[in-house]
Design a protein around this ligand. Structure first.
Ligand code: F6R
Length: 589
């Protein structure tokens, strides 16, 4: 996914780039680099590892530069594959994937050009260098190169001897901002916001030229475009861990606040038009990825139970290529913490093209998904730093349950109140700490299972994703009743099984699965509000969470599972905030 940043102005660029990159590190953190221009000459610094590895470059002189923090797509994470990539007098940073890079490289090699990296990006540097040498105009050179590229990109490009930065955007996010005698570009607003600045989110196909005098924007034919710039406010204070060892643990502690802020935000916002459309809807579709997909599964359960409106949940990466059937009166809800996930964006766009109104449920105000949606439902979780989504999941549930309740009531059906959820999540948080004692069973495990039925299954699947994502322990979230149809073969004494049992009507059924795994020697852990189940002889240990309406129970039952993943990751010596191979915002396919 990668994060890019660029700046030109009166102040030294290196500290601005490094501080900006730190704010973008959630997008990737396997290598980083900056290129700073001083008196027409460009100095390059690149390192494998986190942005902190570049601190030696903070003292570099020069008031113009570009920077990059990488999540490797093409080429291993190492110094020569780090950005900025360069060719001749050209230096560029790139977020995205160039799908025709191999063909273009072949063509360049046939002309005798030599490549220094394994990246797709380097070929763009070669093309820009070629056009720049021919015409001498950087903007035109970038534009000409982009015409040959297939795929996604947000570029920031500088050239030796030039006092300008040229940016281009196609299917990857890019924001430009300006202040007094300075201009910036970055993958997200947080990295360019600052007192007295204004910003503009570039549209797909647009180009920008940044100079000390300001920012000129151009459309896909290089015709000048005039866009409104909005105040980019005070620089958001970088979140801190405070008394917590990790952001993930802090963010789990913030779940009750995230839920409360999301619910009160919706109560205080006029969403009557959306509710009107919602209540005329015959079919609900949800498109999302990862944890957001799981919140969609939880929503399906609640929406169908409370309102009887048929609800389908789609993995956005599948939906976009599945030629989906959208019956008349379908409303599509695209759920995304970042609002930048490429697959979710594309799925939302496709639903819109096929005539469905699109609702974006997002946690970032100025994100791409909000801009393509007909309605925006904000989750108010606050910035989430840890790669594993925790508080944003609960905030998504709060927003989606709010819609489910509004829909049910709009259709004249009774629906329970959500008012108690913030307090209940707080109680679940306190109870959830008990899972720390379960970790020894997981650190020696070969794999783990999370079981549940109905809404409990949705929580189980999310708990399983959390565990594998940050502890690297193979794990599966499974429908309790399905286990015996093959998967039970995997269960033995080194397979801890976590059962989520919050729906009284399904409890006995799920406990059947508990008996089955217990009989195969598996240690069994329970997340449940039912004391008598917790006392079952088959149960090694349990966490008692508060009772709530079963349709909403994943809101509570997931909290001990988030904590379990955190404690197991710690016990195994993993970094829970920055799991290997992952990034917070997935802006590539
Ligand atoms: C898992 C996780 C990911 C994201 C997924 C979608 O903890 O964080 O599975 O949920 O990449 O991201 P968003 O919600 O930003 O679209």
């Amino acid at each position: 996914m990668c994060g890019i940043v660029a700046c030109i102005g009166k102040r030294r660029a290196a500290p601005i780039l490094l501080d900006g990159l730190k704010k973008l590190e959630y997008r990737g953190y396997d290598s980083a680099g900056i290129a700073v221009s001083e008196g027409g000459a460009v100095v390059l610094a690149r390192r494998k590892g986190a942005v902190s590895q570049l601190e030696f470059a903070r003292a570099y002189p020069g008031t113009m530069g570009i920077g990059h923090t990488r999540w490797a797509t093409h080429g291993a994470p190492c110094e020569r594959n780090a950005h900025p990539q360069t060719c001749g007098r050209i230096f560029l940073v790139h977020n995205g994937i160039l799908e025709n890079a191999a063909a273009l490289k072949k063509e360049c090699r046939e002309q005798g050009e030599v490549f220094a990296s394994d990246t797709d990006t380097e070929v763009a540097a070669h093309l820009i260098d070629r056009y720049f040498r021919e015409g001498g105009d950087l903007l035109h050179a970038v534009w000409s190169a982009c015409r040959q590229l297939v795929g996604s990109y947000a570029f920031a490009v500088i050239a030796e001897g030039r006092e300008e930065i040229v940016c281009a955007r196609r299917h990857s996010p890019l924001v430009v901002a300006k202040g007094d005698g300075e201009a910036y570009a970055a993958s997200d607003l947080g990295a360019v916001a600052g007192a007295g600045r204004t910003a503009c989110v570039m549209e797909d196909g647009e180009f920008a030229r940044l100079t000390q005098e300001g920012i000129a924007l151009f459309d896909a034919d290089l015709a000048s475009v005039v866009r409104d710039f909005f105040p980019a406010g005070e620089e958001a204070a970088a979140p801190e861990k405070g008394t917590f060892r990790h952001f993930m643990r802090k963010e789990i502690a913030q779940v009750p606040l995230a839920v409360e802020n999301t619910l009160s935000g919706l109560q205080n916002q006029d969403i009557s038009k959306l509710i009107e459309v919602l209540c005329q809807t015959k079919y609900l579709h949800v498109v999302a990825c990862g944890t957001a997909y799981h919140s969609g599964l939880c929503f399906k359960y609640a929406a169908e139970k409370l309102s009887r409106v048929p609800t389908e949940v789609f993995l956005a990466s599948e939906y976009r290529y599945a030629d989906p059937v959208l019956p008349d009166h379908t409303l599509t809800i695209a759920v995304s913490q970042s609002g930048e996930t490429a697959d979710t964006l594309a799925a939302g766009q496709l639903a819109g093209e096929r005539g469905s109104p699109v609702v974006a449920v997002t946690n970032v105000e100025h994100c791409s998904l909000n801009r393509i949606a007909d309605f925006v439902v904000p989750t108010c979780a606050g910035q989430e730093v840890a790669v594993a989504a925790t508080k944003s999941f609960n905030a998504q549930l709060a927003a989606l349950y709010y819609l489910a309740v509004a829909l049910a009531r709009g259709r004249g059906m009774r629906a329970p109140s959500l008012a108690g959820l913030p307090v209940l999540t707080h109680e679940a948080l306190l109870a959830g700490e008990g899972v720390a004692a379960w970790t020894p069973y997981f650190t020696v495990a070969r794999s783990a299972f999370f079981l549940g039925r109905g809404a409990d299954r949705c929580a189980a699947i999310e708990g399983s994703l959390k565990l594998k994502e940050i502890s690297y322990l193979p794990s599966e979230g499974y429908a309790a009743g399905e286990l015996k149809h093959g998967t039970l073969a995997l269960v033995d004494a080194r397979t801890p099984v976590v059962a989520v049992v919050c729906d009284e009507t399904l409890a006995d059924k799920t406990m059947n699965a508990v008996h089955e795994v217990y009989a195969r020697g598996a240690p069994v852990f329970l997340v449940t509000p039912f004391e008598e189940l917790a006392r079952s002889e088959q149960v090694t240990a349990s966490v008692l969470i508060p009772r709530c309406e079963p349709a909403f129970s994943p809101m509570l039952s997931v909290i001990p599972l988030q904590l379990l993943a955190y404690h197991v990751a710690l016990a195994l010596g993993r970094d829970p905030d920055k799991p290997r191979n992952l990034a917070k915002s997935v802006t590539v396919e």
